[in-house]
Design a protein around this ligand. Structure first.
Ligand SMILES: O=C(O)CCC(=O)C(=O)O
Length: 321
């Protein structure tokens, strides 16, 4: 979740807003750079180096593919137990049932309780900006399992922070609609040390808004220089603009069955969720560096007050702190 405003912007008189916004941006960028180079990320890197996990072959493959291409695919059951997967699938079924009941109420003139943002009405979120998530939540439990979090730390080469967690229901927008917001090509502002995972909770075909990515557009990749990542840059890139640099057949479109996990450094070029005919349902998680939480982003969830995290693995406690 974006850190969009500070007092310097919100309290500035209207005529001074542009200057205040500029000042705010400069401050945020400088804070991010300091935390990335010197303050918090240095510590997160040394924690990783001192506690390097040993990865199995599935984890190694994923990290290697992330390094080369900026994305990697896996089946949920390669990383999670059958029971863990069944629990996630059951919580997805409840979310879908609640969402579809809410949509039915809306179409009858009632509703209003579904979590949707202005400008992004096509997306219903389970938590949005303020989820209270218990440690036994099936998706959180998977995201803090060593099997998954060790992929994040090994790819990012630091102990990561778990910044964002949600389940999404992308509404069909009908054919002939126009892409908006994250349905357009963009790089995420969150961090350059970024790893998202999307777990498809229903089969995704061309009509249900597959996630798409330009392989090699992540930092360090062969296409990193196309409208390169910069802190706080949120520009969208048109299809025609992208085509100047990347032939259409290089773009990866992830139509895939239920249970597929897409790991991706989304500071690379990506888009998705343009569901024309069928809804798309997925769980998503974002791991980032501490510098991002200091300067660019805020968590979208919290643990219930009083949650005891003392018995958690230190890397997990760090991710949630
Ligand atoms: O919904 C999608 O597939 C795109 C998501 C996206 O742009 C993001 O998570 O940054």
């Amino acid at each position: 979740m974006h850190r969009s405003g500070t007092a310097i912007v919100t309290r500035a008189p209207a005529r001074l807003r542009p200057q205040a916004t500029q000042l705010h941006r400069k401050g945020v960028v400088a804070t991010y750079k300091l935390h990335d180079r010197i303050f918090s990320n240095r510590h997160a890197r040394s924690l990783y180096t001192a506690n390097r996990p040993s990865l199995d072959t599935v984890q190694q493959r994923i990290v290697q593919e992330l390094d080369t291409d900026g994305y990697a695919l896996a089946d949920a059951r390669e990383l999670l137990s059958e029971e863990a997967w069944e629990r996630i699938a059951a919580s997805a079924a409840s979310f879908v049932a609640e969402t579809e009941a809410g949509l039915a109420r809306e179409s009858e003139g009632g509703g209003g309780e579904l979590r949707r943002r202005a400008g992004k009405e096509f997306l219903v979120r389970k938590y949005d900006e303020s989820g209270v998530v218990t440690l036994d939540d099936p998706w959180l439990d998977a995201c803090i399992s060593r099997r998954v979090i060790d992929i994040a730390s090994s790819y990012l080469q630091l102990w990561p922070k778990l910044e964002h967690l949600d389940m999404w229901y992308s509404l069909p927008v009908g054919s002939g609609g126009e892409r908006r917001a994250s349905q357009l090509w963009h790089r995420d502002y969150d961090d350059r040390h970024l790893l998202k995972a999307f777990l498809y909770l229903a089969d995704v075909d061309a009509e249900s808004g597959p996630f798409e990515f330009v392989p090699g557009s992540h930092p360090g990749g062969r296409h990193a220089g196309i409208h390169p990542w910069a802190p706080m840059a949120i520009g969208r890139i048109s299809e025609a603009e992208l085509a100047k640099y990347v032939p259409a057949d290089e773009v990866r479109t992830f139509t895939a069955p239920k249970g597929t996990i897409i790991f991706c450094n989304t500071s690379g070029l990506h888009r998705g969720g343009f569901a024309e005919a069928k809804p798309r349902v997925l769980s998503t998680v974002t791991y980032c560096s501490p510098a991002s939480l200091h300067a660019l982003t805020r968590r979208n969830y919290s643990l219930p007050r009083g949650t005891d995290t003392s018995s958690l693995d230190p890397v997990v406690r760090y991710a949630l702190s």
